[in-house]
Design a protein around this ligand. Sequence first.
Ligand code: ARG
Length: 471
Amino acid sequence: MNKPKSTNTAESGANSMWGGRYAASPSEIMQRINASIDFDQRLYRQDIAGSKAHCEMLIAQGVISGNDGAEILSGLDMVLTEIEGGDFDFKTSLEDIHMNIEARLKELIGDAAGRLHTGRSRNDQVATDIRLWVRDAIDSLDDQLKSLQEALIIKAEVHAEDVMPGFTHLQTAQPVTFGHHMLAYVEMYGRDRARLSDCRKRVNESPLGAAALAGTSFPIDRKMTARALGFDRPLANSLDAVSARDFALEYLSTTAICASHVSRQAEELVIWCAPQFGFIRLSDSFSTGSSIMPQKRNPDAAELARAKAGRIYGALTTLLVVIKGLPLAYGKDMQEDKEPVFDATDSLSLMLAAMAGMVSDMTVAPEALRQALAAGFPTATDLADWLVRVLDMPFRDAHHVTGTLVSMAEAQGVGLDALPLAAMQEVEPRISKDVFSVLSIDASVASRTSEGGTSSELVRLAAAAARERFL
Ligand code: ARG
């Protein structure tokens, strides 16, 4: 088992936080399974903010004296400075961030420190801390998603005219514009942002003051602490306040869905920069070499962005399983919420940074995009639509006639637009030379002007609208 170097497990004696009833110290194994300080030290800022809000409220309500309160507040600031300066000795024997901070506060200011925990429990304290942490994480992921959208919109504007195959089943389907493809991801990331912001509403309610589970007999003011910490309101039920973790599940679900989008886009980058496609090139900054094959330019960042979705799904699954079947109110199982939340956040943040970096970095190859449209008869639908529109054929018959023409072109090794008119007329005598007006790639793309369609003109408008909606 790794122990961080700053952690001191050697302490002995009963824990001073509940020492009254305990004569002996916990076994080494007990400490190891119980302690969360290795990971929950990331909550120090939120923990101190929560303690300060609680302390100010206790003073205002006359629960503790102004003098004691002032000492606690300045002591908490000292603790904050120590932690931020890297001068804080986190101790495993003190189990978690809450008790590490309180113990240090006592060393710094003496007995007044003992009054801070009045009307509070670690149960409402930790629920408060993690909600504040998740709220910050949501805000910073939102910023990152916005930057990624901006990078995509810029590429969409630059490549609004560049045609490429649109795929279904990863087979050439119909021509689309590269800009249109970029804007599809802008929409997906836009919904991720909307999900985060919706989830934020349920995260942003205050558990503080629920105490252990039942509330407290002290005349606390939960609205005051909620306000001080930027929460929208106190959670209504004290049992729920300490035991609810659905906010974290919702957050993890949201990160998981967002990761699925990053992963899908990453997969496309992997495909697109393979030499067989050659649609894009990533610069040296976003490519890696091979130790044996000198010619290789591997898209490792895209592959890792594709893969990391797996650990985020794992985080969601972990917490779903931890929470399942837990009786009210608090159980120590809930301590297991933190690592999945931290890991999913770190992973997604890195994925988004890498994706934004790659999107800005990639050089698009318009000639390769167009060249890829030479195979696969991408204007077959345009031909069928022409038969419907001009010859008034039912679409099913037009589909059949077009299929016959496609096999003819395939047999001759040419595209649909290179089939002689006479050959087409053998299949359907009413076909006129006007049909060639719809068989070119550019005509096809230009004709896709229905709302949300791929024509360059619509893509330019959509990019401008996306700037308004998202940036
Ligand atoms: N470290 C604990 C957690 O993360 C804090 C709450 C402990 N509460 C308790 N009753 N033991 O959940």
